[in-house]
Ligand binder design. Sequence first.
Ligand SMILES: [Zn+2]
Length: 303
Amino acid sequence: MNYIVIDFEFNGAFSKRHHRFFNEIIEFGAVKLDENLNMIDTFSELVSPQISKKLNSHVSQLTHIKMNDLKESNNTFTHVLSKFKKFLGDGMLLSWGNSDVLVLMENCRYFYGEETLPFLKAYCNLQSYCEAALDYHDRSRQMGLSTCAELLGIGFEDDTLHRALTDAELTSLCFQKLYRPELFEKYVDVCDERFYQKITFKNYNIYDLRDPNVNKKEMFFLCDQCGRKAFRRSKWRVKNKTFRAKFRCFRCRREFEGRITVKKCFDSVKMIKRIAEIPDPKHKDKARSRSTENESTQPTVNE
Ligand SMILES: [Zn+2]
């Protein structure tokens, strides 16, 4: 089976017909890898937009694509998509992050009125896979493609990035370097009904202690100085969708505020803990949170 690594460039436009913003695909880029991950073919097409009247400044700055280039391509979305479907065949689709698939769905919904992508058989989010393969844990944000390439020692030129084919090629190089069959298998989704539920699921924060997704046994803190379990000295309260309580380590005589964000994801609940200095009521604005962070993930459903 072949692997098709995709990347799209898209432009935000207001659709008068649907009275809402729409991410219109303006460029398709894809790399085809054979079962041994050799690059065997590429796909690169511009799309002449049907809704966008002009390109947003950040899109033209990032991609250096000009409206004229798009118009001169004389390609409609439906035309390019039908060519792409032939290129994809029954291969597996891969992309850096979910957003390309969501944008493809958005475009297919707009131009065909279809809610799913019937030509997709299997999909892998390479961002999640590469984070797992590299054991990358930055809780504040997801790993960017250029960060991943840098960590792997893959050279690239900044100004050639943000074009569909270049990004798809760089994604493929990361995939080649990090491919481990057993781990990879766990990150492949079959594109059935559950896949569409999962990919369109919007994570949300839980801030009601009675919610059964909140595992109260996990709502403890270890002292950031000695590592011993700290004692909770106040009731939990909620601020900014985060649970907060005062804690004290009797050994260090250290008091701090424990902050817990509980995030409901499609098939798991993530608990993100942070230790903050107790805000001084006189200088509320100056209270800054400290960096110690840990996270525990409790799957609610076995995959
Ligand atoms: Zn301590």
